[in-house]
Design a protein around this ligand. Structure first.
Ligand code: ADP
Ligand code: C5P
Length: 208
């Protein structure tokens, strides 16, 4: 078996990265393909009180322990199992639990800043940017963060204007230039999804 292939899936917050990644996963078995989220590698903040954790800029590259993600990807490429951290958005830190990821043929690495780090970029065989208009993304984010991440409307708006939007323009949108494929509208883009699935299937076939 050849070295597992890494596919990067990026885009702004709520652009549809997770939905696209999940849609790809459904076409292959758990033994063949896995999804790893960069958000699992937000730095541990359990030593800080909750009010201090609220002050972190979660859209800046320094919020992530990308070196740890890279080391776990390297272990997977060497055929080892890894214990991946689980992130808790409600408490703004890593939870105490981890999950076990076994080696697979294809690893999707998803996150707002996965194309920002050159080391990570260089590990990727395919780089995908999910491109969704800012107004659509903020509407989705309000709905999601209120229902799933325990946030108030005021806190979502303040975070969006103070960090999410400026960091998108400073760090995320510029990584579009590194993408091999730009997928407007994410999972609604059936042609884009079909191209990705066909490419992965052909690589898996070649690797057999
Ligand atoms: P990301 O991982 O980029 O933050 P998600 O895939 O989690 O984005 O999508 C954010 C929200 O938007 C979710 O509630 C998801 O169901 C919804 N969503 C994603 N893509 C679409 C789409 N093409 N049409 C409608 N809703 C979508
Ligand atoms: O799923 P999505 O790509 O939207 O996840 C990334 C977003 O999660 C970032 O834009 C960041 O603002 C947000 N985040 C947060 N609180 C945290 C960690 C991340 O709102 N504690």
């Amino acid at each position: 078996m050849k070295k597992p292939m890494i596919i990067g899936v990026t885009g702004g917050s709520a652009s549809g990265k997770t939905s696209v990644s999940q849609a790809i996963l459904t076409n292959f078995s758990n033994e063949q393909i896995a999804l790893i989220e960069h958000d699992s590698y937000y730095k541990d903040q359990s030593h800080l009180v909750f009010e201090e954790r609220l002050k972190t800029n979660y859209d800046h590259p320094l919020a992530y322990d990308t070196t740890y993600l890279i080391s776990q990807l390297e272990e997977l490429q060497q055929g080892k199992e890894v214990a991946i951290p689980i992130y808790d958005y409600t408490n703004h830190t890593r939870s105490k639990e981890t999950y076990c990821q076994k080696p697979v043929d294809v690893i999707i690495v998803e996150g707002i800043l996965v194309l920002e780090d050159e080391r990570l970029r260089d590990m990727m065989a395919i780089k995908i940017f999910v491109d969704t208009d800012d107004d659509v993304r903020i509407i989705r984010r309000i709905k999601r963060d209120m229902s799933e991440r325990g946030r108030s409307l005021d806190s979502i708006i303040a975070q969006y204007l103070g960090a999410v939007k400026p960091m998108y323009h400073e760090f995320i949108e510029p990584t579009k230039r590194y993408a091999d494929l730009i997928i407007p509208e994410g999972i609604s883009n059936l042609v884009g999804l079909d191209i990705i699935n066909t490419k992965i299937a052909s690589i898996l076939k070649e690797n057999k």
